[in-house]
Design a protein around this ligand. Structure first.
Ligand code: I3P
Length: 102
């Protein structure tokens, strides 16, 4: 799953920029349990702001936090993809556990 999303950090970094709470339109790519953020579709080797890939396995994911200031029409599709990805990670972990113990 990939596409442009507007993103905003809830926590503000020590430095105002680039960790400000402003919205930024980024090309987001969900692949193998990780999400990468890029300036556009052509620059998917260089993450936006040199951010490391976001590993879903160590993330908490909550769509019910009640943010209502802006609507998010792409939410449903991304939630489905993220959940499918999490399931995949879980299955791989189970499989690895089973192979290691046999
Ligand atoms: C932020 C910007 C965001 C706003 C955020 C501001 O300021 O106006 O649009 O989020 O509000 O801090 P800046 O551009 O100077 O970083 P919303 O659009 O969600 O209101 P916040 O502090 O309430 O997150």
């Amino acid at each position: 799953h990939e596409g442009f999303l507007y993103r905003k950090h809830e926590e503000e970094g020590k430095e105002r920029s680039p960790n400000s709470k402003s919205w930024v339109n980024l090309f987001c790519v969900l692949k193998q349990g990780e999400i990468g953020f890029y300036k556009d579709a052509r620059h998917r080797t260089t993450p936006y702001n040199d951010e490391p890939l976001l590993n879903l396995a160590i993330c908490e994911f909550d769509t019910t936090n009640g943010y209502k200031k802006k609507k998010n029409e792409d939410l449903k599709g991304w939630v489905n993809s993220i959940n499918a990805s999490l399931k995949e990670i879980e299955e791989i972990a189970k499989w690895e556990k089973a192979t290691n113990s046999s």
